[in-house]
Design a protein around this ligand. Sequence first.
Ligand SMILES: Cc1ncc(COP(=O)(O)O)c(C=O)c1O
Length: 397
Amino acid sequence: MILRNQFLAHVAQTSPSPMLVEVARAEGSFFYTPEGKRYFDLVAGVSVSNVGHANPAVVRAVQEQAARYMHVMVYGELVETPQVEYAAKIASLLPAPLESVYFVNSGAEAVEGALKLAKRYTGRTELISMRRAYHGSTHGAMSVMGAPEGEEWKGAFRPLLPDVQAVTFNDFADLERITRRTACVLAEPVQGEAGVRPPHPGYLEALRRRCDEVGALLIFDEIQTGMGRTGELFAMLKYGVTPDIVCLAKAFGGGMPLGAFVSSHRIMDTLQENPVLGHITTFGGHPVCCAAGLAALNYLLDNRVVETVEAKGALYESLLAGHPAVREIRRSGLLLAVELGEPAKLYRIMELFKEAGILSDWFLFCDTAFRISPPLTISDGEVRESAAIILDCLNRL
Ligand SMILES: Cc1ncc(COP(=O)(O)O)c(C=O)c1O
């Protein structure tokens, strides 16, 4: 209680209604309160803890790197082993020509860097994003938050970046609005905060073609979809469309704060000159965060975790889809939106979940569906057990 009061008094709040559950420790698919109450973590820190909480391989990497060295010098000057090894590994797993990794600290910063790079490379100013897209809360990232739905959040912070347009995700005709004025188009290959909206067949290919026709760069925001969430290591591999720049964060740091934007040398190298130091960061690519991210990625690969994602997502879907309160399930791998159809039902189910020891969440641009995005390491047994608790809560709606 004392800690909770201090939290409310001194830790700045993002809303008047934080979850207020106290965390004592976390392990695998669970976290525990000081009273020993267990919660199924079906959010994974919003698609962060893909390898499970307190994964021993990641903990070991963090401890060893922290003891070796932490921050030494601003990003991009010294040769630091964890950074180099992680960049080389990521480049080897992304399709060509995505080979040059610019490390930053967060998702929003990855987006900021990618937008600046697109303007710098093309010499153009128009930025196009998707309606109901979320890319972060800094001024640039907020500027490309989907319009008009983002207005509820953006309005109070204007003026934001000029020359920003929004097109509708999955609307083929809208692609005509991408023109020779356009520096870049920014898209999540599967929209997350819109309430999990996968691309329609052929849409990402058509988007790629249109960008090529007019010389605009295509940027994929894989901050939520990357690192195995959709059942492939990156959603771009699932859909077979390669962007000019990809933004990574969240699970990319293995539970530590880390982001990156990745591109070809041809594009990325333009950030080196005119002006020099046009984009710089002190902590970007922190050695401990890179060591954690690399350990998490190696864990995913060595244990073939990503190969299990689609089946576990499908298992959740099959267990929940038949319930009369469930209108629809939208899904890509282990990113699920369970549609209840009404905000009031969503509020009620969140209360029931909290009592029953389930951590879920809603989506920024969809207040009628709840999220299931557990650690990718969740076992089939844990999927069944958590689905049974969810069904019990749905029965009590
Ligand atoms: C698709 C997407 N892009 C960007 C971000 C912003 O990342 P961060 O909170 O690390 O700035 C998020 C965060 O939820 C996201 O889901």
